[in-house]
Design a protein. Structure first.
Ligand code: GLU
Length: 395
């Protein structure tokens, strides 16, 4: 029976990252030994110094509604962080704190996009970008890339994708799902194209900024010519192991920040007060305090790459950051293994779930249909066992 749901929700695809995680949980509840490498969620605990700040806030009776755009003290701390880490000058009036970077992104798209506007998505891109654009009745325009191009787009590709309807482009570096980081020079070359099209706004999702291994990411808003039309998105979930605390934020031109506050004021109001107090401590902490997690991710990256490269048919690049590998598995398309025909990355990902009991996410969700995403935000033991099972299932 079909229920009288709105066209809006009917046209919205479910989040495939969350759906795969839910499916893994379901199978586990049925007694299956599933290793979850689908969700991008650090397996560390939130550092003690942040937890202590939250406990203190509870004892200090922080329990009322907060300003919709966040406590001033937190916004000031975020400005300090932007200056320290990103060489970007923002005033507190340019900052909006939200319930996770996902809400920050949704706010921005809702306040900027009209039906029919085009949103450029360099591939691969995080699943929710296109879904939120759909909610705004905007059109997602994918700019393809491949593992051979190290999952980066070129200035010529960008130029070719721009039309009079282009309103927004989303960059995400370090990238989810490829782990790739655009260098300063690469960003400058893309900026030179954007300079010719002043009607285009730029959203730079920098949520994985601190999880980098060799190259420090560069922020697009640090390019003077783009500053006035760039929205920098960040949050605490990934680097501080605070996924459930739900703290995201933007730095943006003041008029965009104001509009996001208006939007949020009608939908969720201010973000959780305790999490905001703890966030002040987190964003002001020296990055060295979380380096142990980054070091561990780097070790795991090496293990995953070495092990995957031993499997015939997996093409693997070396990610510069985040905690994902994004192998090209198109060599398996058209093959039948153990009675299952694999026609595409979704089939491959389901094959791995069924035959290896390993949860991954299909690259189709990220606009890269030749690949699958493997998250190595899991213990070394789990990673080794998962890849062993994958190898066995495929042989
Ligand atoms: N961002 C994470 C991921 O890509 C968490 C899940 C989600 O919100 O999509 O796995």
């Amino acid at each position: 029976m079909s229920h009288p749901l709105s066209d809006r929700i009917n046209s919205l695809p479910a989040s495939q990252t969350l759906a795969m995680a839910a499916k893994a949980r379901e199978l586990r509840a049925e007694g299956k030994d599933i290793i979850g490498l689908s969700l991008g969620e650090p397996d560390f605990n939130t550092p003690d110094f942040i937890k202590e700040a939250a406990v203190e806030a509870i004892h200090q009776d922080y329990n009322s509604y907060t300003p919709v755009d966040g406590y001033l003290e937190l916004k000031e701390a975020i400005c300090t962080k932007f200056k320290r880490d990103n060489a970007i000058e923002y005033k507190p009036s340019q900052i909006v704190v939200s319930t996770g970077a996902k809400q920050s992104i949704a706010n921005v798209m809702q306040v900027l996009l009209n039906p029919g506007d085009e949103v450029l998505l360099p591939c691969p891109y995080w699943v929710s970008y296109s879904a939120i654009a759909t909610l705004c009745e905007a059109k997602s325009i994918e700019i393809p890339s491949s593992i051979e191009a190290n999952f980066k787009i070129t200035p010529a590709q960008l130029e070719a994708a721009i039309t009079p309807k282009t309103k927004l482009i989303l960059f995400n570096s370090p990238n989810n799902p490829s782990g790739v980081i655009y260098t300063k020079e690469e960003y400058q070359a893309l900026a030179a194209v954007l300079e010719k099209h002043p009607q285009i706004y730029i959203m730079s999702d920098e949520i994985y900024e601190h999880i980098n291994y060799e190259t420090k990411p560069f922020s697009l808003a640090a390019i003077d010519s783009l500053y006035d039309r760039t929205i920098t998105v960040n949050g605490l979930a990934k680097a501080f192991a605070m996924t459930g605390w739900r703290i995201g934020y933007i730095g943006a031109p003041e008029w965009i920040a104001k509009a996001c506050t208006k939007m949020q004021g009608q939908i969720t109001s201010g973000t959780n007060c305790i999490a905001q107090r703890a966030a002040i401590t987190a964003v002001l902490a020296p990055v060295s305090k979380i380096q142990y997690m980054v070091d561990e991710f780097k070790t795991r990256r090496g293990i995953v790459i070495d092990l995957l490269r031993e499997i015939d048919g997996f093409k693997v690049n070396v990610p510069d950051g985040a905690f994902y590998v994004f192998p090209d598995v198109s060599a398996f398309f058209g093959k039948t293994i153990d009675g299952i025909t694999i026609n595409n990355a979704s089939d491959f990902s389901l094959f791995l779930l069924e035959k290896a009991n390993v949860a991954t996410v299909t690259g189709e969700a990220f606009g890269a249909p030749d690949c699958i995403r493997i998250s190595y935000a899991a213990s070394e033991l789990q990673i080794r066992e998962a890849i062993k099972r994958i190898k066995e299932a495929l042989s």
